[in-house]
Design a protein around this ligand. Structure first.
Ligand SMILES: [Zn+2]
Length: 145
């Protein structure tokens, strides 16, 4: 499969997880990542009584990528609204940090400029232009400018 097809499949996998895991609870989200071998991993955060221990939806696939010893090449998070729209959530600062080890060329989904349900793929470098650790080029290959 070509890269654009894999990216489209990643979006579809994320939507599918939300639709199949939460058929009766519209306001839910999930994440999906594409690995360097073409594998698509999905994840979603459990509900916790203490909301301070909740995870980003991306945590599960990021940990699985490490378990599988594969690189993440694209990452997406979607939130379905009560109206059934799938909003694209740009990765939070913590997830950008979690992705940084995969290099600045990782693609991250951000909302389109005029429609927050449209996926726009940008590189992590675009999303994180002044990565703090880039001053240590020996520790952050690819990030040195
Ligand atoms: Zn996050």
């Amino acid at each position: 499969m070509e890269r654009n097809q894999l990216l489209d499949a990643t979006i579809a996998a994320c939507r599918n997880l939300i639709e199949t895991r939460f058929p009766d609870d519209p306001s839910r989200g999930a994440a999906a990542v594409l690995l360097d071998d073409g594998t698509i991993l999905t994840g979603t955060s459990p509900d916790y009584t203490n909301s301070s221990v909740e995870l980003c939806h991306e945590a599960e696939p990021y940990c699985a990528a490490f378990r599988l010893d594969r690189a993440v090449v694209a990452s997406l998070c979607l939130h379905r609204t009560e109206e059934g729209r799938f909003l694209v959530l740009s990765p939070c600062g913590v997830c950008r940090e979690r992705l940084a080890g995969h290099g600045p060329d990782v693609l991250v989904a951000v909302p389109g400029p005029s429609d927050p349900t449209t996926v726009r793929w940008v590189t992590l470098r675009e999303a994180l232009p002044h990565y703090w650790a880039s001053i240590f080029p020996e520790d952050t290959p690819g990030w040195a400018s």
